[in-house]
Design a binder for this molecule. Structure first.
Ligand SMILES: Cc1cc2nc3c(=O)[nH]c(=O)nc-3n(C[C@H](O)[C@H](O)[C@H](O)COP(=O)(O)O)c2cc1C
Length: 389
């Protein structure tokens, strides 16, 4: 067993173990992948202030996100098809998150259903909804999420249309995978993955198959999004979803101050500054660079969270010190899951936690809630996307 010390180690194992179609699905951005790349590289422009000879003992990374206690300000982001990265993937990821004390967000596009995840966990999790045209389906999703005791919904607002990811089209991405010469040849090299997959019944979109009407090919993500998603979405509709749900709401996919204000006006409990991990609008600014402007606009009105590009505890620290109340990891936990199942998700969380904890100490801080701009060197113009860094 190799010694795993960072998230990149998990990614390498994940790449070896998982069929190409699903690895490519996670490890790509839309079109040229500029935004996908800049989401991670922009974190490196921010530097940390090293402090010495201050008491670094008794550190705590505990805080809250939307009023819920968390072991560190990191939640698992909603990731579609998680149950294809590893058999029963959503259940395994949810259990790892629960044991670690961080929130798990289940995607609408999951393989394990809401009911299934609820049956295999004890604590409430968060449920992510896409904004679909079908009112009946949406209302039933909310009812199902209530019945499963979900403590918040995450409404993803940046996917009215699907950003094109070339490799998904070339690979014919579907769940379960369509059996072609290419996909069979590749899967034959992924024996442990295949054996685990044969041992589970969960190989279809669990929240959709048998629940959604009028979808011609429920195994295809692109067919489903083209047919069911609402290109005419507006804030009135988002407010309607909030009312139908009646509980805590996090709005995901905000990149502009104007949109952040609209989300705050409809009474969201939190917003997530996110460009969907560079999978939607290629050419959009990295989310970490947009964070300061969004905090300026609504930081005193709504909790501001961030995702896209986080691969380490140092990244988490930078986002939190800039003012984010919480962060999410998408690919970082997916790598762990694909590499080593539930233990791999725990490993990803342990890596990020340790990096956050030690980095915090070396910055001279003992409480994650006390991090702030005083811990950072931020280049001039960082928060102004018209400035070239
Ligand atoms: C493979 C994959 C599938 C995703 N599926 C969803 C989804 O179903 N719903 C959603 O709101 N976001 C989805 N996202 C976006 C994530 O929630 C999150 O915004 C993104 O992964 C953050 O970037 P990171 O991967 O760099 O951490 C997905 C991301 C990936 C990588």
């Amino acid at each position: 067993m190799p010694v795993i010390t960072n998230i990149e180690d998990l990614r390498r194992i994940y790449e070896r173990r998982t069929p190409r179609m699903f690895y490519d699905y996670a490890e790509s951005g839309s079109w040229t992948e500029q935004t996908f790349r800049e989401n991670t590289s922009d974190f490196r422009h921010i530097r940390l202030k090293q402090r010495v000879a201050v008491d670094m003992s008794g550190r705590s990374t505990r805080t809250t996100m939307i009023g819920e206690d968390v072991a560190m300000p990191v939640a698992l982001a909603p990731v579609g098809l998680t149950g294809m990265q590893c058999a029963d993937g959503e259940i395994k990821a949810a259990r790892a998150a629960e044991a670690f004390g961080v929130p798990f967000t289940l995607s609408t596009m999951s393989i394990c259903s809401i009911e299934d995840v609820a049956a295999h966990t004890k604590n409430p999790f968060w449920f992510q909804v896409y904004t679909l045209k079908d009112d009946d389906f949406m209302r039933r999703l909310f009812e199902r999420a209530h019945a499963a005791n979900c403590s918040a919904i995450v409404i993803t607002v940046d996917l009215q249309l699907l950003g094109q990811r070339h490799r998904d089209l070339k690979n014919g991405l579907s769940a379960p995978p369509k059996l072609t010469v290419k996909s069979i040849a590749n899967m034959m090299t992924k024996v442990p993955w295949g054996l685990e997959m044969l041992g589970t019944k969960r190989r279809f979109f669990g929240n959709i198959v048998g629940h959604a009407k009028g979808v011609t090919d429920p195994s295809s993500l692109s067919t489903w999004t083209a047919e069911a998603f609402d290109p005419a979405l507006d804030w009135k509709r988002i407010a309607q979803f909030k009312e139908w749900w009646g509980g805590k709401v996090i709005i995901k996919g905000i990149m502009e101050p104007e949109d952040a204000r609209r989300a705050a006006e409809i009474g969201a409990d939190a917003i997530i500054v996110s460009n969907h991990g560079g999978r939607q609008l290629d050419g959009a600014v990295s989310s970490i660079r947009m964070l300061p402007a969004i905090l300026d606009a609504v930081g005193d009105k709504v909790e501001v969270h961030l995702d896209s590009g986080i691969r380490s505890g140092q990244d988490v620290l930078k986002a939190v010190a800039l003012g984010a109340k919480g962060t999410y990891i998408g690919r970082a936990f997916t790598y762990g899951l694909g590499a080593m199942g539930e233990k791999g998700v725990t490993k990803a969380l342990e890596i990020i936690h340790k990096e956050l904890d030690v980095t915090m100490g070396l910055c001279g801080e003992t409480d994650v809630n006390r991090l702030g701009a005083h811990n950072l060197y931020v280049p001039q113009g960082f928060g102004d996307p018209t400035v070239l860094l």
